[in-house]
Structures are given as C-alpha cells and as structure tokens.
Design a binder for this molecule. Structure first.
Ligand code: URA
Length: 290
C-alpha cells in the first residue's frame, strides 16, 4: 500500500501492526476512544497544513498520459467528439436560468469522455473555472469515491481532493488499505468549481451528472463511496439526509454503494468520526466479500 503523507503512513503502520498482533477487526470495528483521538489529531494536523509538495498532484490534469487516472479505461482509440456547449439562444437562456439544457450524447470511450468534459461549457461554471477537474486515481480501481465539487485547490491543480479534506480522505482510505495510487478512482458530482464554494445548483448537477454516471459505467468499480449529501442523494436517488442514508449498502446500477459524511464535514465535526469509521468498515466488508 502506498500512502501520501507520513501521518497516513504512520496511521496505516499502526493499524497493520495491530492486525498482525491479532487485533482483527479492531481497526474499524473496535475503534476505541484512543484510536478516535489519534485519528482526529492526525486530521487536525492535516487541516492545519497548507497544500504542499508533500502531496503533489501525480498526473497533469490535461495530459494524455498512458497510465494514471486519465489513461483510457478501454483500449479503444479516442473517438472524435465535439465539445458540448450550451445550446444557442433560447435553450441557453432556459438552461442558464434554471431548466436543464439539452444534453449531448456522451461517448463510451474514456479518453473521448474526458476530452469532452475538459472542454464543456454546458453551464455557467465554465465561465469562472480555472480548470475542469475530471478525476484522479487509477482507472483500474476497486473503489470509486464520489465527492461534491472542486474547491480552490482542485480548481488550481485540476485534480480532485487535493486540499485538507483530500489529505484527510487519503488518510481514511489508507486506514482500510486503499489508496488512489493503487486501488481508488476519485471524481466529483460537479467537474467545475462553484464560485466561493457555494452548493451546486440543480441545473449544474443536471448538466454535469451525466459525465459522472458515464465515468462510473466505464471504470466499473467494485464499490462506490459517496461522500457528502450531494453525491449521496444523486447516487441513491433519494432526498433523505445523509444521517438517514448512511450505515447501509445501497446499489447504484448494480454497484454496491456506501455513503458517508464528507471529509471536510468530518474535519469540522469530530462527532461524526465513529459513523465514518463504521461506514468505512461496511465498505471494506463489501470489498472483502462480506
Ligand atoms: N470537496 C469535494 O467534494 N471534492 C473535491 O474535489 C474537493 C473538495
């Protein structure tokens, strides 16, 4: 397992050591007060650390690298696709005022999909973004994590979850022996940053969700993890609160789906530590065939 920060490595080492000592499910199932405090201390340190060279983006956002997150999932050559733009005049006005514009047909080829998303101007977020944030991690993933939307760091780097919440997410994943380097693919409901990190608007989700759904179809992970209300509601198709949606395994198009609190929310609200750990245990159990 590879991890991104010394803290994550230390946490993973500790947990592995406990497993080797026969502690079995202690890692997640028997998380005690000390474990929780240790985790929170690590999380606070991460939150206090500015985005740094300690976790540089691994893959250039717009490169066509042969390996890495944005390598084609399928070996088909990129199809020529047109970049989606909002439909002219009346439709644009409609879409931008609140109703969904006509959506383009999305390609079944991963690289073509990515190319299309990188040039997308379907909604007004395209006017304020620096970069489209398509994905990170390995397309050969066992787990796909779905977040909400890029923030300032993601908008600047073109990669999802690279700020404090992202480093905390990496730590949480490391604790269940997963990493974006080896086993995780990460994407968001929205590919472009909402100004000021405001909540996604319904019209923005309507425009952008088809990209995510196609990513899920092409990556075909063994399990999905939705972090935060927006991705949880989108993928479950339910409007319940996160507190009601979490704690059970849902299904998205036949793929097991676990939902949990967003790592940024967990950084602000330590009381959600235990439920998040329980959700991660649920997730690990699905991967382990439990
Ligand atoms: N929060 C998210 O939901 N996604 C990101 O990429 C970063 C922060």
């Amino acid at each position: 397992m590879s991890v991104r920060s010394p803290l994550a490595a230390e946490m993973a080492r500790l947990l592995r050591q406990r497993l080797e000592l026969g502690a079995g499910d202690l890692v997640l199932d028997g998380l005690d007060r000390n474990d929780a405090l240790r985790l929170l201390a690590a999380a606070r340190t991460l939150a206090d650390t500015a985005p740094s060279a300690a976790s540089p983006p691994r893959v250039p956002a717009a490169s066509g690298a042969a390996s890495g997150p944005d390598a084609p999932v399928r070996p088909t050559p990129p199809a020529r696709t047109s970049v989606p733009t909002a439909a002219p005049e009346a439709d644009v006005a409609k879409g931008r005022a609140g109703a969904s514009p006509d959506l383009p047909v999305l390609p079944d080829d991963y690289e073509a999909l990515r190319e299309m998303a990188l040039g997308c101007t379907l909604c007004r977020l395209s006017e304020t973004r620096t970069q489209v944030v398509f994905s990170d991690g390995t397309p050969d993933a066992r787990l796909m994590v779905v977040g909400e939307a890029p923030g300032a760091n993601e908008d600047a780097t073109g990669l999802p979850f690279v700020g404090a919440a992202g480093r905390f997410l990496d730590l949480l994943l490391a604790c269940i022996d997963l990493s974006r380097e080896d086993s995780v693919y990460i994407a968001n409901v929205l590919k472009c940053r909402p100004p000021g990190n405001r909540n996604p608007l319904p019209v923005e989700i309507d425009c952008c969700a088809p990209y995510l759904k196609k990513q899920i179809e092409l990556v075909r992970p063994e399990v999905l993890l939705a972090v935060g209300t927006f991705s949880a509601q989108l993928l479950t198709g339910q409007t319940s609160t996160l507190g009601r949606l979490r704690g059970t395994v849902h299904s998205y198009q036949g793929v097991p789906l676990v939902v949990t609190y967003h790592p940024a929310a967990l950084l602000r609200n330590p009381k959600w530590t235990r439920p998040v750990w329980d959700d991660l245990q649920l997730l690990r159990g699905v991967l382990d065939g439990g």
